[in-house]
Design a protein around this ligand. Sequence first.
Ligand code: ACM
Ligand code: ZN
Length: 524
Amino acid sequence: MLSQKTALPIIPYPNEVVLQAGQFTLSPQTKIVVKNDAFKNDVDIFNDYLEKNYGFKLEITDNIIKTGNFISFSYPDFEAGFYENYHLDINPARIHIVAEGKGAGAFYALQTLIQLIPSQEIKSLKTAPQKTFILPCVSIKDRPSYTWRGMHLDVCRHFFPTSFIKKYIDIIAMYKFNTFHWHLTEDQGWRIEIKKYPKLTSVGAWRNGTMIGKYRDQKYDTIRYGGFYTQEEIKEIVAYASARHITVVPEIEMPGHSLAAIAAYPWLSCTGKKQEVAKGWGVFDDVYCTKDSVFNFLQGVLDEVIALFPGKYIHIGGDECPKTRWKTCANCQKRIKELGLKDEHELQSYFITRMEKYLNSKGKQIIGWDEILEGGLAPNAAVMSWRGTEGGIAAAKQQHFVVMSPGKPCYFDHYQSKDKTKEPLAIGGYNPLDSVYNYNPTPKILTTKESEFIMGAQANVWTEYILNEKQVEYMAVPRLIALSEVLWTQPEYKNFNNFISRLKINRVILDKMNVNYAKHFLKP
Ligand code: ACM
Ligand code: ZN
C-alpha cells in the first residue's frame, strides 16, 4: 500500500519503487550519454521540455563517461510484448535507464524523471537556484497494466487546430497514454481531406450555424462554422504522436452520423435528397445507403485514410444508426432479400462486415462502438463499449478484443461537479474525479481467460457543449490523469488520497504547460 510519506510525485504511479539513500543533482552540467540513435528522439523531446520549462538543455555525448554526473541508457532486447517496460535507477552519480530499443520504455522513463522535478522546485524555490534539482535516489521497475490507454477527441462538433492537437498529445504523453482516438467525421462536419472526394471538405467541413445553449431551447446562431485538416497536417500530427509513442486511431463514422458526407454527395443516402451539414446535435435519420456505390465510395475514402495512419486499428463508428430510411429504401430492401437477412440490424452487420473484409485485406483491423454487436459481430472486430459495459462483456465472451469506455465514468463531456450551476453547460451526467480514479476496466463477471480480451480503457471528449480549447482542457484534466493511473498502475498501489497529494505537486507541470485544468481537487 502506498504511504503518504514515501510516495514520489509520479503519475501514473510506477509498479515497483524502491527508495534508496542519497540524492542526484540534476543541473545544466548533467550530461546525457547515448551511444546510438535508439533513444535520440526520446532524449530530444526530454531536452526540449527542459529548455522550454527550465531554460537549459543537457549536453548529449556518445563518449562513455566513467565519473561525474550523467544520464545513461542500455537497451537489451526485451521479450515481445514488453516494449513499454522500463527500469530507472537514480544513484548519486548517475541516472541509468534500461528499455527496449524499439519501444516506448525510454520515453516513459524520461517522463517519470520529468515528474520528479516539480516537488524539488516547490521546496527549493527560495533556497536554491532554479536550474539545480535534487532528485531522490530510487530504483524503479515499471510496466503498464493495460495495452490500450486511450484518450479521444471529437473535432467535428467543434473544431480544434493542429496546434491544439499537439498540446493534447503532449498532455496525454506525459501520463503515458499510448492511443489518441481522433473522431474525424460527423453529422456536423467532415474534418479530413480526401483527395478523391474534394466536396467532403469543400462542402462537408462547413455548416451554416450552430446550436447554442441547452438542447431543449433549440436556439441556433447563423455563423458559418467549420475547418478541416489537410493530409499534410494529418501526417504532421501522426508523426508528432508517433515520436511520443502514441498511435493515432482515426474514426471514420459509418453508416450513421454521416450527414456531412451526405451534404457533400447526396447520392450517398437512400433518398438522394439534398441535405445540409447538421447545425444541431443528435441522431439523424439520413445515413449511408447500402447500395454498392456507397461501398465503393467508402473504400476510396479508406484507401487514403490507410495511407495516412500506420496503426493497426481503424475506427468505423457504427453507433446510433437509425434504420428508418433502410426500411423504405428499394436498394436496401433488395439487399436484405438477396442476402436472406432477417432484418435491418442484420443489414447493419452486413455493412460493417463488408467494410471489415476490405480493411482486413489491407492489413488493418476494425474497432467500432458496441452497436456493431447488433445483428452479429464482424468476425475480427474489436468493440469499444460505451453504452455501459454489457457490450464489452458480450464481446469478450465471444473472444473479441474490447476497449472499455462506458459513459460512467469515461465520458469526460459529463459534469465533474455536483453543483452544475457553477460549471459550464455540459451534456449532462456526473463523473467526478474519484469515480474515474476508482474505475476498474476489467468486469468481475469475466473469467481470467475472457479478461485477456480487455485491452484497456479510454475516455471520450465529445464537444457538442465544449466550445474551445480551454474548455476541452477543463473537462479532460485532471480526469485523464486519474484514468492514466487506472490504466497503468496495479490496483494494490492505487490510493485516491495519495493520488490527490501527488496531483497537487504534479500540477506544477500543468501550470508550466499552460493547461486550464479543473481545480476542484484543490478544495478541502
Ligand atoms: C457515442 O457516444 N455515440 C459513441
Ligand atoms: Zn438505402
